[in-house]
Design a protein around this ligand. Structure first.
Ligand SMILES: Cc1cc2nc3c(=O)[nH]c(=O)nc-3n(C[C@H](O)[C@H](O)[C@H](O)COP(=O)(O)OP(=O)(O)OC[C@H]3O[C@@H](n4cnc5c(N)ncnc54)[C@H](O)[C@@H]3O)c2cc1C
Length: 412
């Protein structure tokens, strides 16, 4: 019987496995995951799940894998791929033969220079946040009055800051660059986020150069370049993620800021696909520029696309990059890539929410980013996403006018 092996039991791998069955694949499916849990959602880890100390929110429960005939091996990692013989060696000593292989190995936190990534995952006061275990350990350390120092003003650090404030912790966030969210988030939006954190009592220090980190039984310290220190009970490092490419690289697959795949998610080696956080792919809407996207919906979409193509569909990536973040009652959403924008148009919305539309030099809509309480920007960002996908050149004045319905621009 044909065997499709999926390495990496996260959002993307699980989605791909179910999608293979939904598309009628009758063969054998094995999903191999290094973590002890069945595939679970990561976004809640920095948000309310951390606050409430929940169990992992599973993508699907054990019964559904059983029902779908998907074999899930948890707590087992793939250690070596032999592409010629089409076998994979597992950490329990087994060799699995496959007909087709999908790599969904995800990413891991970038450690602070000199930080021991193994120690960071176990019982120390200097941690990172990627897994359920990380979230449990951070939650256990956060009490009213605990001083949490966060290194990195990206999404994970900021979401954690908001959650820690809700738990009554004192929070200092240290960013090396002149502002928070400098990667992919327009300054106007980042300023709203920064103001809100300050109003909630988070101390944000930007442009800070860090010399090193120290810890002992009493606490931890950030040592700054100007010889001052920030003492904390817990330090969480949130300075980005590194794709898990080692398995693919050692098997001879092409690597380019992630496992390099084509628009169909095919790697450089026949019968091996890759998808989700671990891969970089060409984006047709943006001149085929290569991108690696660490985003939940991308992991889902690419899991489904990979499943279709494993079954011979030859579909290509058309999805517009999309990302959201929740902090306090604010939701931020970004569709598309704004960095090639020649013009930005602001549209005011109810409850202080707004959306920035980013147009290229030819007037084509290439991105939209919005922020506001709850769901205020969700519908219009969705419409903007459809406009980006359709390659529309909207009238900037109409985009800015709050009473113009975006639907009419999409239809025009
Ligand atoms: C705290 C947090 C909050 C987030 N919040 C948001 C958000 O608000 N919005 C948003 O859009 N995105 C968010 N994300 C990003 C989103 O969760 C990821 O993009 C998504 O989980 C990627 O899924 P994946 O399956 O590609 O990779 P992963 O979720 O990383 O899963 C890969 C799995 O593969 C396993 N693995 C790796 N190597 C091997 C091996 N050799 N053998 C076996 N198993 C292996 C790993 O252990 C892991 O379990 C967040 C991420 C984190 C960490």
């Amino acid at each position: 019987m044909t065997h499709i092996l999926i390495i990496g039991a996260g959002e993307c791998g699980a989605r791909a496995a179910f999608c293979l069955r939904e598309k009628g694949f009758p063969g054998e499916i094995t999903l191999v995951g290094a973590e002890e849990h069945l595939p679970y959602e990561r976004p809640p880890l920095s948000k309310d799940a951390l606050l409430l100390g929940h169990a992992p929110r599973l993508v699907s429960d054990a019964a559904r894998y059983l029902e779908a005939g998907i074999t899930v091996l948890t707590g087992i990692s793939a250690e070596n791929i032999e592409p010629l013989g089409k076998t994979v060696r597992l950490s329990d000593g087994r060799n699995l033969a496959y007909d087709q292989l999908l790599l969904t190995t995800g990413a891991r936190p970038r450690p602070f220079p000199g930080q021991n990534p193994v120690a960071a995952a176990s019982g120390t006061r200097i941690r990172t946040l990627r897994t359920h275990g990380d979230a449990v350990a951070i939650r256990a350390a956060l009490q009213p009055g605990t001083h949490l120092a966060i290194i990195g003003g990206g999404f994970i650090g900021l979401e954690l800051a908001a959650t820690a404030r809700k738990l009554g912790a004192r929070v200092t966030l240290v960013e090396g660059l002149p502002r928070i969210l400098s990667r992919g988030v327009p300054e106007e939006l980042a300023a709203v986020v920064a103001e809100r954190h300050k109003a909630e009592g988070v101390e944000i220090l930007c442009g800070v150069k860090i010399r090193g980190l120290e810890e002992n039984r009493e606490g931890a310290k950030i040592l700054l370049d100007d010889d001052s220190t920030i003492a904390a009970d817990l330090i969480v490092v949130g300075i980005g993620a590194i794709p898990n490419i080692e398995l693919a690289r050692d098997a001879g697959l092409a690597i380019d800021n992630g496992i390099a795949v084509d628009a169909s998610l095919r790697t450089s080696v026949p019968d091996i696909f890759a998808a989700g956080d671990c891969c970089s792919f060409p984006l047709s809407h943006y001149g085929n520029r290569r991108l690696r996207l660490e985003a939940w919906r991308n992991a889902q979409d690419q899991g489904q696309l990979a499943a279709a193509n494993l079954l011979g569909a030859e579909e290509t990536i058309t999805a517009i990059p999309w990302f959201w973040s929740d902090q306090y009652d604010l939701t931020l959403q970004i569709a598309g890539l704004a960095d090639g924008a020649a013009q930005t148009v602001r549209r005011e919305m109810a409850q202080g929410a707004f959306i920035l539309f980013h147009l290229d030099a030819g007037g084509r809509l290439i991105a939209a980013s919005g922020i506001g309480p709850g769901n205020t920007v969700a519908r219009d960002i969705r419409l903007a996403e459809m406009m980006i996908a359709a390659g529309i050149h909207p009238d900037p004045a109409a985009l800015a006018a709050p009473d113009t319905k975006l639907k009419t621009l999409l239809a025009a």
